[in-house]
Write a protein that binds this ligand. Structure first.
Ligand code: BG6
Length: 484
């Protein structure tokens, strides 16, 4: 399959926090890879902006180092890097003071797309927005990109939305949830809405339950000061897991277009029931002889934050009433795997005498790694001896199906940054969507804080705390095994 690359318009992209971790790991490598793919036009400029005083050659050196470290070796090419660096510039800027702003204003060109990436702490969002406005750097056509965490509760998210809205309209604000930029996450929409096969079954009449798992093997060492204040609920559930749930549960939008899609996602979030205390399990990984535990990683022996959370979620609408969604995510688990499993109900009546081999049909959409889909179906076990049932997978690996080009699939940041330049907000969160997600999350967190709940310990390398099993067992269901 030949991938199509449509170059974007000329642009000036200013990266505030241009020397930071996200810029080095994701944004700059993402831009480089799009450059290699031929999507970045000659008239594009990338302007790093940060506090450090440095000249353009020094910044280019820093970018070159980042590319060397974070671009996959197979796609790193000296000539391309040299050409890419020719598009890179730098300005030292003080978000709260006046230093650098006039320099930046003078650098801006007219007749190109202007985009401003706020890869900085959310506390600076308001200052940056105000400066871009007062120095007339951003106009009505400019776009700003903001990263998570977008607030830590409803109140702070509202405050951020208000601060940005003082100077930018909703159409100019691109709130990133990098899960939405993942190829396989977008594929959820293609699977659901480009096939007539699944839709008639996609409801509480036919689906017994849904499991959404995002398991990681990494711990939180190195990000402890952020993570310990967030915990898995704020770090993963309020945003990434919520987006996955919305894409699985939403109604078909009338068109694949930003507001139509976001309207439907918002309806799902608003239809979520409150989560009762016995529908949540929180966990924290313990130390092993080989590895430090969570409290050592975050350097907070008294920490009660969760590195794992599992919850049972109910959606009160016509499509899903009675079909629970079980969500779980955690660090330092047995394997790195993200998947969505749609578990179908049993046939209304079995006509077979021997039903020992029977299993429910499960459609598994693997988001990472080994992206693909598996549908388990029942067949007759081959051979004599009567009608015995056996489960076989209809298995599709996207890499195999798409051939060599699977390696060229852009990563989430590559795609999302290009969407900003194109002016396409479909894969970005709208302000009301983020607020609705916090409105659902807040009481859950407030509840366990008020009760003083402690997370349950789990062994690093396990599948999570034992009591997470109970969450499913008592409903007569079980989690799928966590394995790659
Ligand atoms: C980030 C979280 O948003 O997503 C991290 O802050 C998490 O804690 C990461 O590890 C997971 O992203 P991915 O793309 O590796 O699944």
């Amino acid at each position: 399959m030949v991938s199509r690359v449509i170059p974007v318009d000329d642009f000036d992209l200013v990266i505030f926090g241009g020397t930071g971790d996200l810029a080095r790991r994701k944004i700059l490598p993402g831009l480089y890879l799009r450059f290699v793919a031929g999507q970045i036009p000659d008239g594009a400029r990338i302007i790093g902006a940060a506090r450090s005083e440095m000249d353009v050659p020094r910044y280019r050196d820093m970018v070159a180092e980042a590319l060397q470290e974070f671009v996959p070796a197979a796609r790193y090419d000296r000539d391309f890097v040299a050409a890419f660096l020719g598009r890179v510039f730098y300005v030292a800027i003080d978000a709260k003071g006046s230093a650098g702003w006039q320099v930046l204003a003078d650098m801006m060109r007219s007749n190109v797309v202007r985009a401003f990436y706020f890869s900085v702490a959310p506390a600076l969002f308001g200052d940056l927005a105000e400066k871009l406005h007062s120095y007339a750097i951003a106009g009505a056509q400019s776009r700003i990109v903001v990263e998570k965490p977008f607030g830590r509760d409803l109140q702070s998210a509202r405050a951020l939305n208000r601060a940005l809205a003082l100077h930018f309209s909703e159409e100019q604000i691109y709130r990133i949830d990098h899960y939405l930029g993942k190829e396989t996450v977008q594929n959820l929409m293609a699977v659901r809405f480009a096939n007539s096969l699944f839709e008639p079954l996609w409801n509480a009449r036919h689906v017994d339950h849904v499991q959404i798992t995002v398991a990681e093997t990494v711990g939180v060492a190195g990000r402890g000061s952020y993570y310990d204040k967030a915990g898995a609920m704020r770090d993963m559930v309020q945003n990434h897991m919520m987006q996955l749930l919305c894409l699985i549960a939403m109604e078909a939008p009338f068109r694949f277009e930003a507001d139509a899609v976001r309207d439907e996602k918002l309806k799902v979030i608003r239809a979520l029931d409150a989560v009762m205390p016995d529908q949540i399990v929180r966990g924290q990984y313990s130390a092993t002889p080989q590895q430090p535990g969570y409290v050592q990683d975050v350097e907070n022996p008294a920490s009660r934050s969760e590195s794992y959370v599992a919850l049972k979620v109910a959606i009160s609408n016509w499509r899903w009433k009675g079909t629970p969604f079980y969500l779980r995510t955690g660090k330092r688990l047995r394997a790195r795997t993200s998947e969505i499993a749609i578990v179908f109900k049993a046939p209304p009546h079995s006509i077979f005498e021997q039903s020992d081999g029977w299993h429910e049909n499960v459609l598994v959409i693997r988001l990472q790694p080994n992206e693909g889909m598996t549908l388990s179906v029942m067949i007759k076990e081959p051979g004599p001896g009567g009608m015995r049932l056996s489960e076989v997978p209809l298995n599709m690996s996207f890499a195999e199906a798409l051939g060599d080009d699977a390696d060229d699939v852009p990563d989430a940041y590559e795609r999302l940054i290009m969407d900003v330049i194109r002016g396409n907000q479909t894969l970005f969160m709208r302000g009301d969507e983020v607020e609705a997600a916090w409105a659902w999350t807040d009481p859950i967190i407030e509840g366990w804080e008020a009760r003083g709940d402690k997370p349950s310990p789990y062994d690093a390398g396990s599948s999570g705390p034992e009591n997470a099993l109970m969450l499913m067992h008592r409903d007569g269901r079980r989690w799928r095994e966590i394995k790659t």
